[in-house]
Structures are given as C-alpha cells and as structure tokens.
Design a protein around this ligand. Structure first.
Ligand code: SF4
Length: 448
C-alpha cells in the first residue's frame, strides 16, 4: 500500500506537505517580552517574504507576550503564521497552543519522565485539535534524551527512532497537523537522519508527515550558507522536505533570501544527477548556493572527491583562482571531506540570547582562525547551548550579564568568566590541550 502524504494548513495561510510549495521560515532573535522589537522584526521578516515566523516562548509570561505580538501584527494586516518555540516546559506548550498557529516542541526536553511526556503530549494534542494549532516535533542531534541515547547512541538512527515514537502517538490520537525536523550541525548526520526518517515513515507508518529541514548552528557568512545549501539542497533534490529554515548567526531577516535561493536553485536543476556540470550565477551568494546544491550531494555521499569549477560563471565572468580555491575549501569542509580551517558551530541566537552573539562570534573566529580542524561552538545561552553543541571540541557559552562558560566537549571547565577574558582563556585551554595525546580536534576528525 502506498504511504499517504500528509498535508495541512497553518492558520489557513500556509499549506505544508504533500504537493504544496516548499515554504521558507525564520525565527526572531529578539526577546519575546520586548513586544515593540519583536513586532518590528516580524514586520521586516514578513516584508522579506517569510512564510512562517517562530518566536522563543520560554514560559507562560512569553505566551502572553506572543499573544500581544500576534494581535499587533494581525491589526496591521500581517497574517504570517507564528510559531511558539518551546523547550523544557510542557505546560508552556499547552498554553501556547491556544495562542500560536503552531507549537514547536523538542522531544529531548519536553518532560523529564517519559510517561509524563506522553501524558502531557496527549493533552497538548487535544488543545491543538480544539484550536486548529499545528505542532512541529523538532528534534536536534545535540539534545537527544538520555533514554534514547542509551538505546541507540548519539546517532542518526537514534534521531529517527526518537521521532517515530512521537509520530506514533500523533497517529494514535488521529492528529495529523504535524511536521517534523531532525536538525544537526553536521551535514552528514543531518542528511542521514532525514533519509532514515523518510523511509521509516513510508515503510513503517504508512504516512509521510511534512519535514522541516535545517542545518542547525550553521554559523554565518559563506560558511553558514554553504552548509545549509549542502544539507537542505541534498534532501530537496531527492524530493524530501516541505519547509526550510537557514539558521544564520546574522540578522535573521537574511535567512529568507538565503532560503529562497536554495529552493530556486533546486527548481532550476542545481542538484545531483540533473546533467548540469557548471553553474551560471548572478552574484557570489547565488553562486555559492547553486554550486553547493549541485556538488554537495555527491561530496557528501563520497561519489566524488573534488569539484571542477571551469566553465562556471558569476555575472558572465569566470571565477578567479582565489574565489575557486576559497569556495572549494568551504564546500569540502561543509561536506566533512577535508578540513582546512576550524569548524565553527554557532547558534543563530534567539530570545534567550543574553549577549551580542554576532560580534562575539566574529571575534572568536578572528582569534581562532589558525586552529585547523578544531570544532569550536559559540552558543547564545546556557539553557540550550551546552546540549546543542553536539560534537564540538570546545564551547563558548553565554551566561548573561557579561559572563561566559567555557567547555571542553560536554564538560564545563570554567564558569562565569568575564566576557573580556573569555577568548584568552579559551585559547589558553586549547593550547594546553595541544600537548596532550589526541589533542584538540585530533580525536574526532575521521569520525565525521
Ligand atoms: S542555544 Fe542559541 S538559539 Fe538555542 S535557545 Fe540558546 S540562544 Fe537560542
């Protein structure tokens, strides 16, 4: 029997799944309690063409703020669906389902006890049914629950299995307004997890729920765009994926043109096996996205080891040798095939971020650019940051009030370091580790 493709409307405005066009979404990095700033950022996102906007919703207070933001936007005629982003507080999800058009929950932190999580999720589904609210089951590689990692390890298989449990609960409750994401900052892990889930939905569930694609903590600039285009573009090129978010540690409004460019590149045939062998781009950003969608899949799957940029053009001109080398290096690293610089894992920031993440990330990059192959995470908050750093060798995690925690892998090494000293301390720690067997970055490069 052929699997049924699930599709649904969000707030009667955006159709998701089935044959609906791929939607492009983003997330505010304002404090949700700052109504004015959040409304203004939503206005800019809507103007840039965002199909869906997500806002951090830490607790019941932020649910009230979200309600006010929604009222203000609707009064202005901005009807972009709003999604409440929930971690750790199932009751906030239940309250938000009466306000937001969609609620994102993270199975890894929805509730501590599995039976409590199942009970609360049943309640959430009932509220969503009553209010016409959709749900995203948004799992991240870095925040898999202990019960699942004990069973399957920290693997794409574990990600797939974790989500399948929740989808089965949705089916039992006859609730189908559900999308799923399985994000990772490692493109290899991300692509494998989505492929596994897609096959399992088709073969085991008999229902193909809409998939929300994203490479999480992708960083910024060329790096963030290339990683995102590799992961998202590979899957869209295979017909997997219904809605996307390009997570950038930049002004979130920039995520919209980047996302739309990926969707356009796939539509224009920049994908594996399309017969295309060169890229014709209008500008640099157009080039890196099209070229990543075209060659990323074969590099990820190891069916090619290098790329040939001869014949490709930007605004009708061939690439300079420097541009070719720069792009090839970035693409090979994004596909985890060759490391020529540090690997940065940086969250995009959100309403939980308590410091200037964008400029700090730039400074960390500038000071650590010599540490080839070392994986360095820069995260906006201590609530989710340490869990979401996934396989980083070192982490720089904002504590708020001008202080930072420094991590070696998952272990916190220094707490509450004044921000002005934190990069020096991070470098000292990495230098000291260099003299240890299997020093920084060495232990793990082959694994990726
Ligand atoms: S890690 Fe970054 S994006 Fe995630 S909740 Fe914290 S500040 Fe927000």
């Amino acid at each position: 029997m052929e699997a049924k493709k699930i599709s649904f409307d969000i707030a009667g405005k955006v159709r998701m799944g089935g044959d609906a066009p791929v939607s492009v979404q983003t997330m505010c990095n304002t404090s949700t309690d700052d109504i004015e700033a959040s409304v203004q950022q939503c206005r800019e996102m809507a103007k840039a063409g965002a199909d869906i906007i997500r806002l951090t919703t830490q607790g019941l207070k932020q649910v009230e703020s979200l309600k006010k933001i929604k009222e203000r936007l609707r009064a202005e005629g901005i009807d972009t669906p709003l999604v409440a982003d929930i971690h750790f507080l199932a009751d906030a999800a239940i309250a938000a389902a009466q306000v937001a058009d969609k609620v994102r929950i993270n199975p890894g932190n929805f509730a501590k006890e599995h039976n409590v999580a199942c009970e609360k999720f049943s309640h959430l589904i009932e509220i969503c049914k009553k209010n016409g609210t959709a749900i995203r089951i948004g799992l991240n590689h870095g925040s898999l629950g202990e019960r699942i990692t004990n069973l399957y390890g920290n693997t794409p298989l574990a990600m797939k299995e974790a989500v399948m449990e929740w989808l089965k609960m949705c089916i039992e409750h006859h609730f189908f307004s559900v999308a799923v994401s399985l994000k990772a900052s490692n493109t290899v892990v991300m692509v494998e997890a989505y492929r596994l889930l897609y096959d399992a939905m088709r073969n085991e569930l008999g229902y193909i729920f809409p998939l929300h694609l994203g490479v999480t903590e992708a960083g910024n600039g060329d790096e963030g765009r290339i990683k995102s285009a590799v992961g998202i573009g590979t899957l869209l090129g295979e017909g997997i994926g219904d809605t996307i978010r390009v997570s950038l540690t930049e002004d979130p409004v920039n995520e919209i043109p980047a996302g739309k460019a990926i969707v356009r590149a796939i539509q224009d045939g920049y994908r594996s096996g399309s017969g295309r062998s060169t890229v014709e781009a209008s500008d640099w950003n157009d080039f890196i996205i099209k070229a990543s969608c075209l060659w990323g899949p074969a590099l990820l799957d190891k069916s090619i080891d290098t790329i040939d940029l001869i014949g490709s053009t930007i605004a009708g001109n061939p690439l300079s040798p420097e541009e070719s080398e720069h792009f090839s290096n970035m693409l090979l690293q994004a596909c985890r095939r060759r490391f020529t610089k540090p690997e940065y894992i940086a969250c995009p920031g959100c309403g939980r971020t308590l410091y200037d993440l964008q400029s700090t990330f730039e400074e960390v990059k500038r000071r650590t650019s010599h540490l080839v192959g070392v994986k360095i995470a820069v995260m906006g908050c201590v609530v989710n940051g340490p869990g979401e750093m996934a396989d980083a060798d070192y982490g720089y995690v904002g504590e708020g009030r001008g202080h930072v925690s420094l991590y070696r892998g998952r272990e916190v090494v220094m707490r509450y370091v004044p921000q002005e000293e934190a990069i020096d301390k991070l470098l000292e720690m990495i230098e000291a580790d260099k003299s240890m067997p299997g020093g920084p970055g060495g232990a793990d490069r082959s694994r990726s």
